[in-house]
Structure formats: structure tokens, C-alpha cells
Design a protein around this ligand. Structure first.
Ligand code: SF4
Length: 95
């Protein structure tokens, strides 16, 4: 019985450690995504700080939202802070 309890504790301890590592990995992946803003200059893609009709960064497939969602985010293609209500010529619909 003691062996069973010891094994169960070990399993729970390992599960807790794995959950902790998964949480750390998740945060690290989000930070990596944030650090991976694009390298194209805003001017080269006609970036403007307003939408084009219903098209804007927040509904573009290349947009990486900020926190909160109304804050500036990043773009996978374009460098610099990106407004969720901006737009550029390479806008692509989010699926
Ligand atoms: S509209 Fe342009 S700047 Fe905005 S997220 Fe899409 S590609 Fe990036």
C-alpha cells in the first residue's frame, strides 16, 4: 500500500511539474510570436492609420493582437507597432 501511495504522489508531482512546464512553454511561445514582427517597412506596403472600408489589421490574417485587443499589436509582415484599426495594401482576410 505504501508503494502505491508513494507512486501516486510521484505521479501527481510529475503531472504538476509537466503542467508547469507547459505553462512556461506557452508563455515563451507567445513572447516569441510577439518578437517576430515583420521586417517590411510600413511605407513600403502603404500602411495607413485607418481602415479601408471593413478591412483593417484586426481582421487581417497577418495581425498579432496586442493586449488588450484595442492596444497596438504586431504584424507578421510589417515592422513596428501596428494599430488594430490600421490597414495596408497586403491586407489578407483572417479565416
Ligand atoms: S493590414 Fe497590413 S499591417 Fe495590418 S496586419 Fe495586415 S499585413 Fe499587417
Amino acid at each position: 500500500m505504501k508503494t502505491y501511495i508513494a507512486n501516486r504522489r510521484d505521479v501527481l508531482k510529475k503531472a504538476t511539474q509537466i503542467a508547469g512546464l507547459a505553462a512556461v512553454a506557452s508563455v515563451a511561445m507567445k513572447e516569441t510570436a510577439k518578437a517576430d514582427g515583420g521586417s517590411m517597412s510600413p511605407a513600403s506596403v502603404g500602411y495607413v492609420d485607418h481602415p479601408s472600408g471593413t478591412h483593417q489589421c484586426s481582421n487581417c490574417s497577418l495581425y498579432i493582437p496586442g493586449t488588450p485587443a484595442t492596444a497596438n499589436g504586431l504584424c507578421k509582415a510589417v515592422a513596428g507597432p501596428i494599430s488594430p484599426t490600421a490597414w495596408c495594401q497586403i491586407w489578407a482576410p483572417a479565416s
